[in-house]
Design a protein around this ligand. Sequence first.
Ligand SMILES: *[C@@H]1O[C@H](CO)[C@@H](O)[C@H](O)[C@H]1NC(C)=O
Ligand SMILES: *[C@@H]1O[C@H](CO)[C@@H](O)[C@H](O)[C@H]1NC(C)=O
Ligand SMILES: *[C@@H]1O[C@H](CO)[C@@H](O)[C@H](O)[C@H]1NC(C)=O
Ligand SMILES: *[C@@H]1O[C@H](CO)[C@@H](O)[C@H](O)[C@H]1NC(C)=O
Ligand SMILES: *[C@@H]1O[C@H](CO)[C@@H](O)[C@H](O)[C@H]1NC(C)=O
Ligand SMILES: *[C@@H]1O[C@H](CO)[C@@H](O)[C@H](O)[C@H]1NC(C)=O
Ligand SMILES: *[C@@H]1O[C@H](CO)[C@@H](O)[C@H](O)[C@H]1NC(C)=O
Ligand SMILES: *[C@@H]1O[C@H](CO)[C@@H](O)[C@H](O)[C@H]1NC(C)=O
Ligand SMILES: *[C@@H]1O[C@H](CO)[C@@H](O)[C@H](O)[C@H]1NC(C)=O
Ligand SMILES: *[C@@H]1O[C@H](CO)[C@@H](O)[C@H](O)[C@H]1NC(C)=O
Ligand SMILES: *[C@@H]1O[C@H](CO)[C@@H](O)[C@H](O)[C@H]1NC(C)=O
Ligand SMILES: *[C@@H]1O[C@H](CO)[C@@H](O)[C@H](O)[C@H]1NC(C)=O
Length: 737
Amino acid sequence: MDLRKTLFLQLFLSTLTFSANNYGCCIEAGQKPPSPYIIQLQASNTNQTLVVRWHANESHLQEQMEHYELQIARPDHVVSVYSMSVHPYGGDGVHTLAWTSPLPLECADHSVRIRSFYDDSISSPWSQWTTNFGLLQEPAKTTRIYPFDQVMLVGTRPLLCCIPPPGANITQMQFNKVPYPLISIGDRVKAIEADNLTIPNGTFKRMRFSCTDSTTSKNTSIIFPSIPPEKPRNFSCETSDLKNVICTWEPGKEDYLLGNKKRNQTININLPNPGNSGGQYKCEESSCKFPVVTGLEEYHLSLLVSNPLGKQSAQYSFNISDRVFPVAKLYRVRRGVTEANVYWTVEGWLSPVELLCQVTLNESLAVVRSGSDEGGFQANMSGLLPNTLYSPRVRCGLKGKTPGKWSQSMPFSTYPLVTLDLWRRINQFSNNSRSVTLIWNLHVPGSAGEAVIQGYKIQSLQEGEFHTTWADTGQCQAEISIGPGQCEVTVQAVNEFSIPANITIPPVEAGERPVVEQQVTFRPQLSWTGEDWFTCGYTVEWCILGKVPCALQWMKLPRGITSLLLNPRDYKDGVKYTFNIYGCTKNRHKLLEIQTGYFLELKPVERPRLVRPVTRTSSSVTLEWYYNEEDPTHPGSIIGYWVTVKEVADLGSPGQTSELFNVSVMDPRRKWVTVEGLQEDKMYQFHLSALTKAGSGPVMTTTIKTSSNFLVYWVKILTPLAFLLSCFILLCHQRKT
Ligand SMILES: *[C@@H]1O[C@H](CO)[C@@H](O)[C@H](O)[C@H]1NC(C)=O
Ligand SMILES: *[C@@H]1O[C@H](CO)[C@@H](O)[C@H](O)[C@H]1NC(C)=O
Ligand SMILES: *[C@@H]1O[C@H](CO)[C@@H](O)[C@H](O)[C@H]1NC(C)=O
Ligand SMILES: *[C@@H]1O[C@H](CO)[C@@H](O)[C@H](O)[C@H]1NC(C)=O
Ligand SMILES: *[C@@H]1O[C@H](CO)[C@@H](O)[C@H](O)[C@H]1NC(C)=O
Ligand SMILES: *[C@@H]1O[C@H](CO)[C@@H](O)[C@H](O)[C@H]1NC(C)=O
Ligand SMILES: *[C@@H]1O[C@H](CO)[C@@H](O)[C@H](O)[C@H]1NC(C)=O
Ligand SMILES: *[C@@H]1O[C@H](CO)[C@@H](O)[C@H](O)[C@H]1NC(C)=O
Ligand SMILES: *[C@@H]1O[C@H](CO)[C@@H](O)[C@H](O)[C@H]1NC(C)=O
Ligand SMILES: *[C@@H]1O[C@H](CO)[C@@H](O)[C@H](O)[C@H]1NC(C)=O
Ligand SMILES: *[C@@H]1O[C@H](CO)[C@@H](O)[C@H](O)[C@H]1NC(C)=O
Ligand SMILES: *[C@@H]1O[C@H](CO)[C@@H](O)[C@H](O)[C@H]1NC(C)=O
């Protein structure tokens, strides 16, 4: 057989690994080189591998490449040929070839021989055949099947073989319950070539392969298609307590192996002192736990992962102090209104090494506390907002090192803080008797919850005597009677945390000059004249005039502010407001200014009422009317009245009027007007309305006829008569003469 041709045919069947060491020498020209000799032929049945180790037989060695040819044969034919060149660098002249057989080694005897070449043309004689015997000759009563219950690489097409017992023949071979054509290996042994192995879909990731012999006895092997382990990724370690180190990694694709075929992983600690032992730990699939090595700072770890198809390793080195990530756990929060005490432990931390912990409320770092865990850690947080939800979290670490993970949060809300904005109205009945209406607004800043108010406690102190009354939860005002002296009033919400509000009612002071009311048109800005000595600022109170009772509202302003920006949207058009401005000293409030007016005036809505009878002459009419120009419910300040005079047409076209002229009265208190220049005995219509800046309101209409002037009448009639009479007298006189 042409060996080189066989080489090309057979190479694809084989897997080759090769390593070589050598030392150089020389060879005489024309001399036939000596045969190399096989030192060892080792078989590994589990991975169907034969390892050939041979020696070059030193006498012909040289410094150039060495060339060898190996033949691997079963009893009937050569199944594999290798031709290979080896670097002779150093070594002891021993070379190795690992050959993986397509056929399980149990099913046939495999022999190996070797020769060397010099210059490609001169070859040494073949060495002796060295044989690894299969199990053919072993006595057995039943059919044996190979590979038997073995893990095999996914993607290969393995040869499966059966050895019948003496006197029987193999009649059928099935893979996955499908019969396959039999291949004869020698006289008795039969084989089949299985399909490309894949991991089955079912629950059991395995395949069955069976042999039936002529005695109808059957043997079955289970094949576990699998993959070699992948290189572990993200291999890293840390400790949370300086007692145990925990390492983790990503193991890669699953290999579906179970039981004693399962993937194994071990960690080796490469200790600096080789004398130290005990640095090996068996691990879980993707994690490992082992105790810290006392006194060891720098760790060098190897992780080894193996399964029947191969092995992989990963390395990781670290300084233990860089990998300390304590696990902090909040266990209690004691809350207050603006402060909270936060308590936590660090799991398993018994080390005397001091920890640095950070506590955060809502991502903003608040407190750093150092200490070692003697009955827990705590931090006092202050400056919190009342009635606000906080989610504290904590983390700890070694000083100057990366801290551990943030703990779970333990949300809590600070208690609501109730404050009252207190104001008053003093109702003076006589010099000795007064009542005070106390009004307040509740302020509960924050949004975490509702404040539960059980009521209000009202205390007054006058002339050394205390009086206490109570108001219900729903109330926001109370009335108390007081005497003429100064009175201190305190109102407090009955609640867990509330701040009392107080106000001083000044004594009755006789002879005080009343404050003059100013009529103004409110612009968005309300301003007043302030004084420096109003040390606790100003209070502006306002209400809508004309509504009884007036819904009092107020606003307190700090010292130095003497104007208030009003939002016109909060105020109604055509409504009269009054703003009282108080200055405050020592919680006593002194009325400084009263400003009354409108934001926007509208036309009047009331018509004047005529006073009858109406005074008239033949040329004038005097209208007089009633109108309450002071009424604060008017939608504008009454600035006067407007009269439109119209002439009523003759009876021939009744109802027809034509406007003659207008008369205005620009004094709201003058409620009469004399319309002059009218014609006698004529019908006139008068339209009277009140006026504001916005215009005139609804009209009062009346029709009045001017009186006839008898003198004129008679003058009109008597003048021609007198003329005629004069003429007659004149004529008579002339006739006489
Ligand atoms: C080495 O080669 C010589 C010459 O061919 C031969 O006689 C000898 O047996 C060989 N040695 C071995 C161990 O095979
Ligand atoms: C086959 O198995 C042997 C021993 O079990 C081992 O030394 C060898 O490296 C394996 N060969 C391959 C290619 O896996
Ligand atoms: C099947 O084959 C295996 C390996 O060849 C052998 O160990 C076993 O005894 C056989 N079982 C039967 C029932 O023949
Ligand atoms: C085996 O089958 C898989 C999937 O069916 C395929 O990806 C792979 O190429 C096949 N291998 C061979 C050697 O046929
Ligand atoms: C086995 O096969 C051989 C040849 O094919 C035949 O001579 C022999 O009789 C067979 N034995 C049995 C038990 O069938
Ligand atoms: C597994 O299932 C997929 C589709 O579900 C199919 O294509 C594939 O052939 C199946 N493989 C085996 C080994 O049964
Ligand atoms: C593994 O490490 C890589 C690179 O550091 C990273 O991108 C990846 O997210 C890590 N995987 C996991 C699961 O942490
Ligand atoms: C894994 O370890 C177990 C027990 O130490 C052993 O029996 C088994 O053969 C090992 N498996 C591999 C794939 O190394
Ligand atoms: C450990 O720390 C030493 C010095 O503190 C440093 O030289 C070394 O590089 C560190 N090793 C690792 C793996 O971080
Ligand atoms: C925190 O406050 C509590 C009581 O409110 C007090 O007993 C404790 O000493 C304080 N702790 C620190 C660290 O200030
Ligand atoms: C704190 O965080 C919580 C939840 O994230 C949030 O509801 C709350 O409003 C935050 N409080 C402050 C003061 O930011
Ligand atoms: C009254 O309230 C003011 C603040 O509004 C406060 O400064 C003062 O101490 C209080 N007085 C009393 C007696 O509560």
